[in-house]
Write a protein that binds this ligand. Structure first.
Ligand code: AMP
Ligand code: MG
Length: 487
């Protein structure tokens, strides 16, 4: 095989206790579903080669390319608040890292690549449905402009996996800035291996927060930077109606990317209590709880860093608490700014936050569709948004207040409408459509709906005549009430 990947595996140069080296387990009859050509180019990879027989062998785990690390990473994590000292990549293998044309270093990982020493009772495999789901939703998130892991490719394995029923198997090739999680720090802290925590922190700083290395206290600066990125990310989730669904500390990337798309979902009607995940019985990860859970997760990271921050642990705790104080203000500033822009206000004024919050309250009481309400508000004078409200008169009162506030803006109406179209998507991966696209592929081997949906979601802010059905909320009969982890 000619060299296709210019691997430079910095994580695999860390000590052996950070991972388990092993090859992926080959599959029976690998078949390509698709290559993400644009992403391949960004990474400096040859998309045609990836789609070739040899390329598909690599993407399915049947051939380990030269220079690959091929390791399963160790990590721990709090799952629904309960600490598990050993999770790790139970069905994923990190092939290695490449530096893209943009100069950015990224992990290339095969998800569903067979059992590893971290598989516990799992089979190490992924069913086709969750593979396609992660492909669709992570690529939609990227097109929406949010920090996220990406999907480079998806293949079917020609093998079945046993879940509640027999399902076709698949492998997703995932690309991430790194796979370092809050849970990775917890893994070493739980073993009181502070040398490893330090090495990991230094690695994460060099890779994601090089400016922290220059700070008076690099580990405090690192903590503050992770907290800020997490707060910003979650504000952005809220701004597009995204519910991660399983924000365990092992699914929380220290690089601030959305990672591990399991039972995630986009909300149709606005309600902060919205939960889709079948396993989230106590609504821990409900839409509106995400900001506080983000802080909870970053606080778990802080605990692992305390011994590095100060030999005096009381002092270290005080300092960490102070740094974590950035989270709340950062989240609120980001969220308020996004909401203000979502209602078309370019200039911040006193009372804007109340105006936006009052709209949300009204939406909640009126079963208004989150995405469509904001999108319609940016059309004409915004009055078409009233169709989203069970009591349109209640909207009219808010609408008058909003028009008065708009009158104080100096930005021309057309510029405002363009800005609103740029922040309020027309297209999100609506649950019922995701489900339909996955079902067509799983039940009939028809990847047409999946491909069509990917196309629509690739430009979520552009009007697209003919694609109206992708904008519409579900009919009562189409409504998806629960999403599943897919493990
Ligand atoms: P997740 O809920 O997908 O974030 O996974 C939580 C943990 O379970 C991680 O350690 C995964 O590697 C592991 N896991 C999930 N699915 C499987 C599977 N099919 N086989 C082995 N391990 C798995
Ligand atoms: Mg996970």
């Amino acid at each position: 095989m000619t060299v296709q990947f210019a691997f430079d595996n910095s994580y695999a140069r860390l000590p052996e206790r950070f991972y388990a080296p092993l090859p992926p387990t080959p599959v029976a009859r690998p078949k390509l579903i698709r290559i993400n050509t644009a992403l391949a180019e960004q990474l400096g990879l040859d998309a045609d080669w990836l789609a070739s027989e040899e390329g598909v062998s690599v993407l399915s785990g049947n051939l380990v390319p030269d220079g690959a690390a091929s390791v399963a990473l160790a990590y721990a994590g709090h799952q629904f608040g309960h600490f598990n000292p050993q999770l790790g990549d139970g069905r994923a293998i990190l092939l290695g890292e490449v530096v893209g044309r943009d100069g950015l270093r990224r992990d290339i990982q095969l998800k569903g690549a067979g059992p590893t020493p971290f598989s516990r009772r799992g089979d190490g495999r992924a069913a086709l449905g969750p593979v396609l789901r992660e492909y669709l939703v992570s690529e939609a998130m990227a097109a929406l402009g949010l920090p996220t892991t990406r999907a480079l490719a998806a293949v079917t394995t020609g093998e079945e996996v046993v879940r509640e029923t027999m399902l076709p198997g698949g492998v997703l090739t995932r690309v991430a800035s790194s796979h370092i999680r809050v849970g990775t720090f917890q893994y070493f802290a739980a073993r009181e291996d502070m040398e490893a925590v330090r090495l990991l922190a230094d690695h994460a700083i060099a890779r994601h927060y090089p400016e922290a290395a220059e700070a008076e206290s690099p580990y405090l600066a690192f903590l503050g930077a992770v907290a800020e990125r997490q707060a910003t990310l979650i504000a952005r989730w809220l701004s597009i109606g995204f519910i991660h669904g399983v924000m365990n500390t092992d699914n929380c990337s220290v690089a601030g990317e959305t990672i591990d798309y399991g039972p995630c979902a986009f909300m149709d009607e606005y309600h902060p209590g919205t939960v889709f995940s079948s396993i989230d019985q106590n609504a821990r990860y409900a839409y509106g709880n995400q900001p506080s859970i983000g802080l909870w997760n970053v606080s778990r990271l802080a605990e692992t860093l305390l011994p590095l921050i100060d030999v005096d642990q009381a002092k270290a705790l005080e300092a960490a608490k102070e740094v974590l104080g950035v989270y709340g203000p950062r989240f609120h500033a980001e969220y308020a700014g996004l909401l203000r822009r979502k209602i078309g206000l370019a200039e911040a004024r006193e009372g804007d936050d109340d105006l936006a919050q009052d709209l949300l309250k009204l939406m909640m009481g009126n079963n208004a569709d989150f995405t469509l309400t904001f999108r319609r508000l940016g059309e004409g004078d915004g009055s078409v948004a009233r169709e989203q409200f069970m009591d349109p008169a209640a909207f009219d009162a808010w609408h008058r207040r909003w028009l008065e506030r708009l009158a104080a803006e100096t930005v021309p109406a057309e510029v405002r409408r363009t800005a609103m179209r740029g922040i309020n998507p027309a297209f999100i991966p609506r649950n019922h459509l995701v489900e339909a696209a996955l079902n067509a592929a799983i039940a009939h081997g028809d990847f047409g709906p999946f491909e069509e949906m990917l196309g629509v979601l690739s430009r979520p802010y552009d009007d697209r005549p003919g694609a109206e059905r992708y904008m519409e909320p579900p009919l009562e009969s189409e409504r998806v009430r629960q999403t599943f982890c897919g493990t």
